[in-house]
Design a protein around this ligand. Structure first.
Ligand SMILES: [Zn+2]
Length: 227
């Protein structure tokens, strides 16, 4: 497979890493496929555990991971596109939708986190939260390691690599909060980590919206499908 693209506007990542070249070699596509499978399995499990353990921090991380699944799927889909102009437009529209959804999610999570900080809920099951966060640390660490090999030759994958490192950091935060709850009963740490993740999501959504909006504005109007 040799789909070489040199588009200037391929947004593959959920975070602010909007770079030029989509993944094109089989090794790069394989690394992203592993990320897609592991991150989607993990985010569904994480969402389930967050609902049953009443952890806002875990819910915030799950929301972020689900948006990552969409971004990775988009990156893989783009890698297989032949019609570059069409793929650029869809890419920018998807990035705009993803960014707007992320902003809504982060606003809601921030609101919930502030409420949780004002009166910390005491029903958080720190054991399942700690185990899930530790698995998330492993999943993100593995993907960061796999993408690291390609980070030198592809800016897009370098963005993905840095993103996975940041995600591993989020999981570490959730893990530390769960341990502090188990050890000292510091229930407020869950809302604190939830708020930090909500702010991280907003910080990644704003440039995504700005860049995809600018890309769409700079594009020529779509032509009727005649050729
Ligand atoms: Zn992420």
């Amino acid at each position: 497979m040799h789909t070489q693209h040199s588009s200037a506007h391929s947004c593959a990542q959920g975070h602010a890493h909007c770079h030029s070249v989509p993944p094109s070699t089989p090794g790069q596509v394989r690394a992203l496929s592993v990320a897609l499978i592991t991150v989607s399995c993990f985010s569904v499990a994480e969402l389930w555990v967050s609902a049953h353990s009443h952890s806002l921090a875990l819910l915030a991380d799950a929301g972020h991971m689900i948006s990552d699944v969409l971004a990775i799927a988009l990156a893989l889909w783009t890698a297989n596109q032949v019609q570059q102009a069409k793929s650029d437009r869809l890419n920018a529209v998807s990035a705009l939708v993803n960014g707007s959804l992320l902003l809504l999610v982060s606003g809601w999570l921030g609101w919930e986190a502030i409420a949780a900080l004002r009166s910390p809920p005491t029903g958080i099951l720190s054991g399942p939260v700690a185990i899930t966060a530790a698995i998330g640390l492993g999943v993100n660490g593995l993907n960061a390691y796999l993408l690291h090999a390609h980070a030198q030759d592809n800016l897009n994958l370098r963005g993905a690599f840095l993103h996975m490192l940041a995600d591993a950091g989020s999981c570490l935060g959730v893990l530390i909060a769960a341990l502090l709850i188990a050890q000292f009963g510091w229930y407020w740490t869950d809302g604190g980590v939830g708020l930090a993740i909500a702010l991280l999501i907003a910080a990644s959504a704003l440039p995504l919206i700005r860049q995809s909006w600018a890309t769409l504005k700079a594009m020529p109007q779509p032509k009727p499908l005649s050729d």
